[in-house]
Every structure is written in C-alpha cells, then in structure tokens.
Design a protein. Structure first.
Length: 225
C-alpha cells in the first residue's frame, strides 16, 4: 500500500470514529430529554419547563411550587412593600385548607404618614421617640388584622422572620395554630425577646417549624404567560 493510500485510510478511520462518538452523544442526550419531556434541570438544581414540550404530552409539568414554598414566597413578596430601610418582613396567614386569609408587612399604622415618622434604628439624642420602634406595626400583626374579619383561629402563619414576644402574644390570642418561619433573628441582646416568644408559643401549644425550601430561588417576570 502506497503512503498516499495509507493516509487516506487513516483519515477515513478517524472521521468514522468521530462520527460514531457524536452520534452516541446525540442519542444519549435525546434519551435524557425523552425521560423528562416536560422539564429541564436548572443550574440551581430546580426543574423548569422545557420550551420543547410536546403538545400531546398528557402529564403535568414539573418544577411547580410546593404549598410551603408558595405561601412563604408570598410572605417574601409582601416584604417588598415594606418601606423600612433596615429590615423588610412579610407574613401570610393561611387556612388549614390552603386559602390565603391575609398578608402583611412591617410598617406604620394606617393613616400615619411614613414621611412624618422616623425610620431610624437609633436616636442621636437617645430619645426612643426618634426611632421607628414605638410606631411600627409588625408583619405578623398586619397579616392577622388584614383578614377581612375572618377568624385566625386554627390557621397557619407564614413569616419571613421568627416573631418577637410581643407578636407571639397576639398570635396566641388570635388562635393561630402553627407558625412557619424562614429565619430567626439573633443579634446583640435581642435573644431574650425571641426566647420568650419560643416559650410562650410552646406553652400555648402553637406548633412552630422552620421552613425548608425546595427551591433555591423563584424568578418572577412581568410578561405575558
């Protein structure tokens, strides 16, 4: 065999091997898509809808929100309405059969201008009336009060931050049966308030649990569905 013929045979073999590898990869990718025709794996680990879903596929979509993530997301969205420059808290009151009864966020009482009251955490003169604390209504309280006269008794309260002892008292008095929180505030000397809250809720028989999200994030876009 001449050197020219040998080179042609070698090149043909290499091209054939490369074609086989590409074909195997395409087949493998196709199988993966077929095994989950209605969803794709997002880089953050959550499932999102595939843009190539078959119109004949009778199965429901993957990647939809769990009830817990749904209600906690509403609490987080409500927190975006807060004008507090330091900490925005949201809450969502939900019935035992999954009906939203009220939502709220931390802010000043109705009719009290948030431009005429202070948002500061500390006062230069040491006067507490120059801070937000004597005036602000917490998110949990607003969610309970915003129920359009529906009873909070026996219901669940989703809140982005664990309630302080003052809010715990109102939660107990309103009859809420379960508190689901996302994070617990423990800074400086504030532990006393939250320790008291834990104790009060426990004594009153109110179930408390920390939210365990199934999705790392939820992206919202204002566009036509």
């Amino acid at each position: 065999m001449s050197s020219r013929a040998f080179v042609l045979v070698a090149v043909s073999a290499a091209i054939g091997s490369l074609s086989t590898v590409i074909a195997l990869r395409l087949i493998s990718k196709s199988k993966r898509l077929c095994s989950s025709p209605s969803s794709l794996l997002h880089e953050n680990g959550s499932l999102v809808d595939s843009p190539v879903r078959s119109p004949f596929d009778p199965s429901k979509r993957n990647g939809y929100l769990s009830w817990d993530d749904y209600f906690m997301a509403i609490a987080f969205l409500s927190a975006k309405r807060s004008k507090d420059p330091n900490r925005q808290v949201g809450a969502c009151l939900v019935s035992q059969n999954g009906i939203i009864l009220g939502i709220g966020y931390n802010g000043f009482p109705r009719g009290c201008s948030d431009d005429k009251l202070p948002w500061a955490k500390k006062s230069l003169s040491g006067d507490p009336l120059e801070t937000k604390y004597p005036y602000v209504v917490h998110a949990e309280v607003n969610a309970i009060l915003n129920t359009n006269h529906a009873s909070a008794a026996g219901q669940k309260l989703y809140v982005t931050m664990f309630p302080c002892n003052e809010c715990a008292k109102i939660i107990i008095q309103s009859g809420v049966s379960e508190v689901i929180y996302f994070v617990e505030k423990k800074i400086n000397n504030s532990n006393t308030s939250y320790s008291a809250s834990h104790k009060l809720l426990s004594l009153a028989g109110v179930k408390v649990r920390k939210h365990q999200p199934q999705m790392a994030e939820i992206l919202l876009k204002f566009e036509e569905p």
